[in-house]
Design a protein around this ligand. Sequence first.
Ligand SMILES: [Ca+2]
Ligand SMILES: [Ca+2]
Ligand SMILES: [Ca+2]
Length: 140
Amino acid sequence: MIDTGGLDPSGAGSEFGTALAMGDSDGDGYADVLAGAPGGAGRAYLLHGSAGGLTATGGVTFVQGSGCVPGAAEVGDRFGSAVTLTDLDGDGAADAAFGAEGENAGDGTVMTLTGGVGTSYGPSALATAAGQGIGAVLTG
Ligand SMILES: [Ca+2]
Ligand SMILES: [Ca+2]
Ligand SMILES: [Ca+2]
């Protein structure tokens, strides 16, 4: 049982845990867990590892349009449909990436956070057709 403290992923239909990824996001040597909850607009939670296991202390909730996450949270976006926690910029700390398979009426998008900067990749950036549901699956 993970203590998620005040992050409250338990709302009905949140689909918490649909996607899970592990990586060390802060370089402290303990693996952290990124969990997607794509129900509704969708969100994702970062829980930090510690000597005592996963903890909600210092946990972060990611929502589109909040902090450095690009876009706006809209029902059906399914932000968090897939997540990865891997080092995208080579600085030694894992970076979060999120799929939102329902973004823009099913076009989908992949968002990355590196160095506090969020970037969104949709069909035009990835040179794919519309309506493909980009971000349904991510591997990293
Ligand atoms: Ca860590
Ligand atoms: Ca959106
Ligand atoms: Ca990094």
